[in-house]
Write a protein that binds this ligand. Structure first.
Ligand SMILES: CC(C)(COP(=O)(O)OP(=O)(O)OC[C@H]1O[C@@H](n2cnc3c(N)ncnc32)[C@H](O)[C@@H]1OP(=O)(O)O)[C@@H](O)C(=O)NCCC(=O)NCCSC(=O)C[C@@](O)(CC(=O)O)C(=O)O
Ligand SMILES: [Mg+2]
Length: 302
C-alpha cells in the first residue's frame, strides 16, 4: 500500500524554528528542503542542520523526506552522500527537484544503492520523489516515473514550470488573473496518468498566497478532481484545509465501505455484478470504492 501523502509540508532546512515546529504538525509528509528555500550561501550549513535534525528529532509516523539540490548543481552529490550516509536510516525518501530525464532518477538510485551497501542499510528501502518543473521534465515524465523501482511520486512544480513555459503569473500555484478555466488541466492529467501507469503517486506543488484559504481550497479541489493524491503545504495554516480536501467525506467513506460489503455478498453468491442503492456495482466500482475506503481509513475514519 502506498504512503498517505495528502499533505507534503515544506520545511526550509536552514530554519531551526520551522524544523522544531514541524514535529507537531498534522502533515502526512515532512520534507526538509535544501533547495529553493535555502539561500545560496546557506547550503552547507543547512545540510549540516538537516542531518542533525534527522538524527535528533522524532517525527513520529510522518513520512520524512529531504529535498536535495538539483543534479545539475554543485550541491547534489554532497547533499545526497552526506544526508544518506549520516542519516539514511532516519529517511523515507529523497526528493530530487527539476528532474528532466530518467537519467536523473537512475543516477540518484545508483548512488542510494551504493551508500546503502556501504552502510549496511536495507537495500532499496529509501524511495525517490521526482519533481517535474519544466517542459523538458513534462515530456519525459512517463519514462521518469518508470526509471527506478524506488520511485514513489511525481510532483508538480508550479512556480518553476510557469516560469519555464511562460504562464503570465507571479503567484506560485495560482491561475492567471481573470482566466476563467484551469490552465494546468493538461499538466495535472498527464502527471496523474504517468504516475498511475507506473503505480506511483502524483502530488501537486504549493499555493503561494499564504492565508488565502479559499484560493488554496479551490486549487487543492481541482488537483484532487483530476486524480492527484496530495498537495504541498508551505505554511502550517494550509495543512488542515489540504488534509480535508484530500480525505473523503465521512459519508463518502461509509458509502464506499457499504458498497464493498454489498459487492462481497454478491460475489459470495456467485454474481460479479449486483445492484447497490440504485446503481450497478461490479469490479470497476469495487476498485474505486477500495481507493476511497483506504483513504478514509488513512484519514482515521473507523
Ligand atoms: C512563507 C513563510 C516565509 C512565512 O513565514 P512567517 O515567518 O511569516 O510565518 P508565520 O505566519 O509568522 O509563522 C507562524 C508559525 O508557523 C511557523 N512556520 C511558518 N512556516 C513554517 C513551515 N514551513 N514549517 C514549519 N513551521 C512554519 C512559524 O515558526 C510560526 O511558529 P511559532 O513561532 O510557533 O508561532 C514560511 O511559511 C516559509 O518559509 N514556508 C516554507 C517555504 C518553502 O519551503 N519554500 C520551498 C518550497 S515551495 C518551492 O520550492 C516553489 C517551487 O519550486 C515548488 C516546487 O518546486 O514544486 C515551485 O516550482 O513552485
Ligand atoms: Mg521548484
Amino acid at each position: 500500500m502506498s504512503r498517505s501523502r495528502r499533505t507534503c509540508h515544506a520545511v526550509p532546512g536552514s530554519n531551526e524554528r520551522f524544523i522544531a515546529k514541524a514535529v507537531g504538525l498534522d502533515a502526512d509528509e515532512i520534507f526538509l528542503d535544501l533547495e529553493d528555500a535555502v539561500a545560496p550561501n546557506e547550503k552547507d550549513s543547512a545540510r549540516d542542520r538537516v542531518i542533525e535534525a534527522l538524527r535528533s528529532t522524532d517525527f513520529g509516523d510522518k513520512t520524512v523526506v529531504v529535498r536535495v539540490n538539483g543534479t545539475d548543481t554543485p550541491h547534489f552529490y554532497k547533499d545526497l552522500i552526506a544526508v544518506v550516509e549520516q542519516a539514511g536510516d532516519r529517511l523515507d525518501a529523497i526528493m530530487v527537484p527539476k528532474v528532466r530525464t530518467p537519467g536523473d532518477v537512475e543516477m540518484t538510485a545508483k548512488l542510494l544503492t551504493q551508500i546503502e551497501l556501504a552502510k549496511g542499510f536495507e537495500a532499496g528501502r529509501i524511495g525517490i520523489e521526482a519533481q517535474i518543473e519544466d517542459a523538458t521534465g513534462l515530456v519525459a515524465c512517463e519514462a521518469i516515473a518508470l526509471a527506478s523501482p524506488r520511485m514513489e511520486t511525481l510532483i508538480f512544480g508550479p512556480g518553476d514550470y510557469s516560469a519555464s513555459v511562460g504562464i503570465p503569473i507571479t503567484t506560485i500555484g495560482a491561475a492567471p488573473d481573470g482566466y476563467p478555466g484551469d490552465h494546468l488541466n493538461y499538466v495535472y492529467s498527464r502527471l496523474v496518468v504517468a504516475a498511475r501507469a507506473a503505480g506511483i503517486q502524483a502530488i501537486d506543488g504549493p499555493y503561494g498566497r499564504v492565508g488565502d484559504d479559499d484560493g488554496l481550497r479551490e486549487r487543492a479541489q481541482l488537483a484532487r478532481a483530476l486524480g492527484m493524491d496530495g498537495k504541498w503545504t508551505i505554511h502550517p495554516g494550509q495543512i488542515a484545509i489540504v488534509n480535508e480536501v484530500f480525505s473523503p467525506e465521512r459519508e463518502q467513506w461509509e458509502r464506499a465501505e457499504a458498497m464493498l460489503a454489498a459487492y462481497r455478498e454478491a460475489h459470495a453468491a456467485g454474481s460479479g455484478a449486483a445492484m447497490y442503492d440504485g446503481e450497478m456495482i461490479d469490479e470497476a466500482n469495487r476498485k474505486m470504492a477500495e481507493r476511497i475506503a483506504q483513504a478514509g481509513r488513512a484519514a482515521g475514519y473507523e
